[in-house]
Design a protein around this ligand. Structure first.
Ligand code: HEC
Length: 301
């Protein structure tokens, strides 16, 4: 009984050390992995948003180029001031309305603090951007992060500067085309002066919530690590027991028996090629030599 508990103690302390190392490795892996996941997730979120933003900005630019180069000269020749085919901003605003039905997450707007369309009145982040462009006239583009309608966006914005051509619709209200006056009235959106920053264009791509994405990714990865470590834990414990603890306990038991004069008990010889099996086999050889020697002594005496 005492022997058994001594063996058990040895067994426990060896397995304990292996298991403790495994637990330390597990904790280390998890603590290193979580910040790494946060960093990678953040990077991914930004890169994705940035790519989308570049695409969206180029699409908006292309719409405005199409209006400026392909539509406007033709309609000017005909003296037709129909705004969607005359102003890139108007065309963009119309197309953005259709895009919103398909891709509601994207934000495209041209806003002013003196708008024709009251829906295009600056607010929040847009007001800040407009102020910045007004106070720094050399700034041609500003990429930033900001909140629009409670959602974080990566935005690309540019000032809208009034030129001579703009005054056709945004100058004197009386001179504005009939369709503009009929749709928007004559109250707001007029009186532009050449060279003024009259508004700001904002293109925004939503930034996914990095925190909740990180938690989701972390849980997935930590789940995987835990699963692998559990398998490792079971396999290591099984191997330690079969290859190390059991043979050592066997040798210990026989060694103790021999020390008490019981030389009959054999060591269970292992048919393996490792150091512990070698030890067990060597011990069994020693026991057999001892038995033979004792027989010889008995015969001679
Ligand atoms: C052919 C007429 C026309 C011309 C020329 C024109 N715009 Fe406009 N603009 C409009 C109309 C119409 C709207 C309202 C669009 C809407 O409903 O979203 C508008 C909207 C805007 C807005 C958004 C705020 C608002 O008023 O609703 C800005 C900023 C703007 N225009 C700036 C300019 C600038 C700068 C130019 C010259 C480079 C220009 N516009 C030339 C007709 C015109």
């Amino acid at each position: 009984m005492v022997e058994q508990s001594a063996n058990q103690g040895a067994r426990r302390s060896l397995s304990k050390r292996f298991n403790l190392s495994l637990i330390v490795m597990y904790i280390f892996t998890v603590t290193v992995t979580t910040p790494a996941i946060y960093f990678i997730t953040k990077q991914q979120v930004y890169n994705r948003a940035e790519q989308d933003l570049i695409l969206l900005v180029d699409v908006v630019k292309s719409i405005q180029n199409f209006v400026a180069n392909d539509l406007r000269p033709h309609f000017m020749k005909e003296q037709i001031y129909y705004s969607p085919s005359f102003s890139g901003i108007v065309a963009t605003s119309r197309i953005a309305k259709y895009l919103k039905q398909k891709q509601p997450q994207y934000y495209i707007s041209n806003v002013s603090d003196n708008p024709l369309n009251p829906k295009n009145k600056v607010q929040g982040l847009e007001q800040d951007l407009l102020n910045k462009f007004r106070s720094n006239r050399n700034m041609g583009l500003l990429n930033t992060m900001g909140e629009i309608n409670g959602q974080t966006y990566l935005v690309s914005s540019a000032p809208k500067v009034s030129k001579k051509g703009c005054l056709r619709c945004h100058g004197e209200p009386e001179r504005a085309p009939e369709d503009v006056k009929a749709t928007y009235g004559t109250e707001s959106g007029f009186g532009y002066r050449t060279g003024d920053v009259v508004g700001v264009s904002v293109v925004g791509v939503p930034l996914e919530d990095v925190q909740s994405l990180t938690i989701r990714h972390s849980l997935m990865v930590i789940g995987g690590i835990t699963f692998l470590f559990t398998i490792l834990f079971v396999v290591v414990n099984l191997l330690v027991r079969r290859l190390i603890l059991e043979p050592i306990m066997e040798i210990t038991t026989v060694a103790k028996a021999v020390s008490h004069g019981d030389v009959i008990r054999e060591v269970n010889v292992k048919d393996r090629k490792d150091e512990i099996a070698d030890l067990a086999n060597a011990f069994e050889l020693m026991r057999r030599s001892l038995v033979a020697a004792m027989k010889r002594i008995k015969r001679n005496s």
